[in-house]
Design a protein around this ligand. Structure first.
Ligand SMILES: [Zn+2]
Length: 815
């Protein structure tokens, strides 16, 4: 009686086995080469979604494969547990953020375990745990001492009704998410990491990451944005003041027709003192989201300041405008405007009827329509006329340098990383303010600064400033009255170094120990393309900082990066707001984890988007049932007979060949190409062959069936680990399939063992014949002459000669 495939019974049993044997605990002392495989840690929202399942399945398949290839594998999991949703939930549901978070973690951990992921759960971390964030605070204190963090004023989004600072994502179309009030921009003191000190190394390092997608490297390259340009000083008329701008187009200096300054620029504020209209305009500019993307989209507005400056080379008088798109905390808060050759300046000049001056030759260009932004030959620029843009950049910069009104300058688009958040649910910034001593870091012996727990949030702003037992502390330097910093870190800080902590999560006396250098760098990192810039750039920055603290001895954290595509349904990204989600939990309960995993890996290559299909899930389930049935059929008549290669007949040899071709293809697809879908397709083909061959019953047939079945189980085990674990055991193996070695290709099996010959009689094709390559010419002739269709044409004729064209054809000449 054949056993049915029942994954819902089988899978929990297999998972219990792994747990009982701590099968996936990583060990630094095995002497094996290491492999650190990591999927980006999730935010504990409470429920896994299909994007998680895809991400973690890919990571798990790679981990399990590497283990079978003989590596000591570390695959950890943890929780990016601080952040805004916990505060929102706390407000809505009257539950403490810590409680909400812990409940969600417990729920998602259960879901991950049910999917059978091979995590080393003994290394689980949650970033909201003081034993984790104390080391983040410790690192901040070290960087404070080394001037790699500093404090300065920066813009925040301010909700004037709720009296709270808003995160960019809490500003919806310029209004507060809760109050719907027009959001204002406000300057407040904030802490910054000096990432710009590493800008050049972050850029250079991109050259040494061949295992990263080109797209991600390009995005980081552009984000860092190194440019060689010039700083140009424009003397302000009737003031002892220079207006400094940075430009990458010094070749267009003669085309400047006005200057623009930010609304917060000191000169703008001066103008506002005497002009109420300007003051009103500046007030107006203070609304709206401070996020760069939002600012780029807004309407460009401006007002003349009433001040003028001179072009440092031509002495031409230029009006100074106040413009809402110029950013104060970026560069100097002033830009030179060349409407003929810059799109944004063009748009602004058209709107306010400002003059335009062409200084780059352009044939038949319609300046009413757009700016001409290409390089070319310089015109209308006095002695620089006729130079190319490149020559003019250098010559004009040199002329400015001579006048001491300019200098060549390399600039990065990358800005220092502002990490202060005026939120409750985050890591406290370990600083104490003292009227006498200023900002004093919390002494290391007093770390961690623990975030007060079990806070009932009643208002949208952080309760920390009102918690006097938290705020009022002694100054560590002078012992006088001090005030604790009540801002918390941006949650990107926690996710910038978590992957290092997995190597030694139980370390209580230091941030990292020597185990970090055993495991790091991460060999394979997997996550969404949406993290291409911020997270991956911050993590690279932190890693270099850790290196410079002597905590790790390499420079790049992630050797190979895979950015998985989205999960789509009906062509759109699955999302709650679109109502097109599929709940992974329901699928697991219906089909089991192996089916879900197999579907995820079969539906598309990992870097492409995956279109959800119920039929695809059904198909994956059907395949596993076929595999199950194939095993049961074999198990009715199992054998211990060793496969005798020498006596394989033609059909057996062809099966044997396909087994080894499949090993070769699957190995290459899994490792080099990372196209798991094509690997699965070839396993399915082998399955079909073995099913067709299953009724053969000689000893050698059954030995071959066994080899085919075992190979299939080994090859599919990283993807469908439960069913393969179970069947492997049923085949009589005493050690589990996770400890089996990856199957090896038998080179002899791949050699072509037969040849197909074209058989002609008097030059006309009469038959095709497949023969062993081992045959002699005499044996070939014998086989050809025995062919029925050949016989028909040579009966009653005399064979004059037989011509054999090696490996191709046999021609029988008869008369
Ligand atoms: Zn003090």
């Amino acid at each position: 009686m054949e056993k049915p495939y029942s994954p819902l019974t089988l899978e929990p049993e297999v998972q219990a086995f792994w747990q009982q044997h701590q099968s996936f605990a990583a060990n630094e002392n095995t002497g094996k080469p290491k492999f650190y495989c990591l999927s980006m840690l999730p935010y504990p929202s409470g429920q896994l979604h299909m994007g998680h399942v895809r991400n973690y399945t890919i990571g798990d398949v790679i981990s399990r494969l590497q283990r079978m290839l003989g590596k000591e594998v570390l695959q950890p999991m943890g929780w990016d547990a601080f952040g805004l949703p916990a505060e929102n939930a706390a407000l809505q549901n009257k539950v403490a953020p810590s409680e909400w978070t812990q409940k969600n973690i417990a729920n998602m951990r259960t879901q991950l375990q049910r999917l059978g992921f091979a995590y080393d759960w003994s290394r689980e971390i949650a970033t909201c745990d003081p034993s984790y964030y104390r080391w983040e605070q410790w690192l901040f204190v070290q960087l404070f001492k080394q001037d790699l963090v500093y404090r300065k004023e920066a813009l925040v989004n301010w909700d004037p009704v709720d009296h709270t600072v808003l995160a960019n994502e809490q500003v919806i179309e310029g209004r507060g998410w809760r109050s719907s009030a027009l959001v204002e921009q406000k300057m407040i003191s904030q802490w910054f990491f000096k990432i710009s000190a590493y800008a050049d190394e972050l850029l250079q390092g991109l050259e040494n990451l061949p295992g990263w997608p080109e797209q991600v490297r390009t995005m980081q390259y552009n984000w860092i944005g190194r440019s060689v340009g010039a700083e140009v000083h424009f003397p302000v008329i009737d003031k002892d003041l220079l207006l400094t701008v940075y430009t990458t187009r010094a070749d267009t200096l003669y085309g400047v027709t006005y200057l623009s300054i930010a609304p917060q620029h000191p000169l703008a504020l001066q103008a506002a003192e005497k002009n109420p209209a300007i003051a009103e305009f500046i007030e107006h500019c203070k609304t709206g989201n401070i996020a760069e993307a939002a600012r780029a989209k807004m309407e460009k507005l401006g007002m003349p300041s009433g001040f003028y400056a001179r072009n440092p080379l031509t002495n031409e008088k230029l009006p100074i405008w106040i413009a809402n798109y110029v950013v104060m905390d970026y560069g100097s808060g002033a830009v030179m405007a060349v409407p003929a050759h810059d799109e944004r300046d063009h748009e602004f000049a058209q709107k306010y009827h400002l003059p335009m001056k062409e200084v780059i030759a352009a044939k038949d260009h319609d300046y009413q329509q757009s700016a001409y932004t290409d390089y070319g030959a310089v015109i209308n620029s006095a002695e620089f006329d006729g130079l190319t843009s490149a020559e003019a950049k250098s010559a004009i910069t040199k002329a400015l340098e001579k006048l001491e009104l300019g200098i060549e300058k390399i600039q990065y688009r990358l800005r220092d990383w502002g990490v202060s958040r005026q939120r409750y649910w985050g890591t406290p910034i370990p600083i104490i303010y003292c009227d006498k001593c200023g900002a004093v870091p919390v002494p290391e012996k007093d770390l961690p600064v623990i975030l007060p727990q079990n806070i009932k949030l009643t208002a949208p702003n952080s309760p920390l400033p009102q918690l006097s037992e938290f705020v009022n502390v002694k100054c560590p330097k002078c012992g006088g009255a001090g005030r604790r910093e009540t801002d918390t870190f941006d949650t990107f800080v926690e996710s910038s170094w978590y992957f290092t902590r997995y190597t030694c999560p139980d370390q209580t006396t230091q941030m990292l120990d020597e185990r970090a250098n055993y495991w790091l760098p991460v060999d394979q990192y997997i996550g969404g393309i949406e993290h291409a810039v911020l997270h991956l750039l911050y993590a690279r920055f932190f890693y270099k900082v850790l290196r410079d603290q002597g905590l790790v001895n390499t420079s790049e954290p992630f050797t190979r990066l895979l950015t998985q595509g989205m999960v789509l349904k009906d062509g759109a990204k699955m999302s709650k707001s679109k109502g097109n989600t599929v709940d992974p939990q329901q699928l697991i309960e219906q089909y089991g984890a192996d089916t879900v995993r197999l579907f995820m890996m079969f539906a598309a290559p990992p870097e492409q988007s995956l279109e959800w299909s119920d039929a695809g899930v059904e198909g994956a389930h059907r395949y596993l049932k076929r595999l199950w049935k194939l095993a049961q059929t074999y198990l009715e008549h199992p054998t211990t007979h060793a496969l005798d290669i020498a006596s394989l007949n033609v059909e057996q040899k062809s099966v044997w060949q396909q087994i080894h071709q499949t090993i070769q293809k699957v190995t290459d697809d899994y490792t080099r190409r990372q196209t798991f879908n094509t690997a699965i397709a070839s396993m399915m083909e082998l399955t079909n062959t073995l099913i067709a061959f299953a009724n053969q019953s000689s000893d050698n047939d059954r030995a071959l069936q066994r080899q085919g079945l075992e190979t299939l189980l080994l090859l599919i085990s990283p993807i469908a680990p439960h069913v393969s674990h179970f069947l492997w055991k049923e085949l009589g193996h005493t050690s589990p399939i996770i400890d089996a070695a990856w199957p090896q290709v038998e080179p002899a099996a791949l050699e072509t063992s037969t040849l197909t010959w074209i058989i002609q009689v008097n030059g006309k094709m009469r038959a095709q014949l497949t023969l062993s390559i081992a045959l002699t010419d005499a044996e070939i002739e014998e086989a050809v002459l025995a062919q029925a269709n050949v016989k028909k044409f040579i009966t009653d004729k005399t064979i004059k000669k037989i011509i054999i064209v090696p490996k191709k054809l046999v021609n029988i000449v008869v008369i």
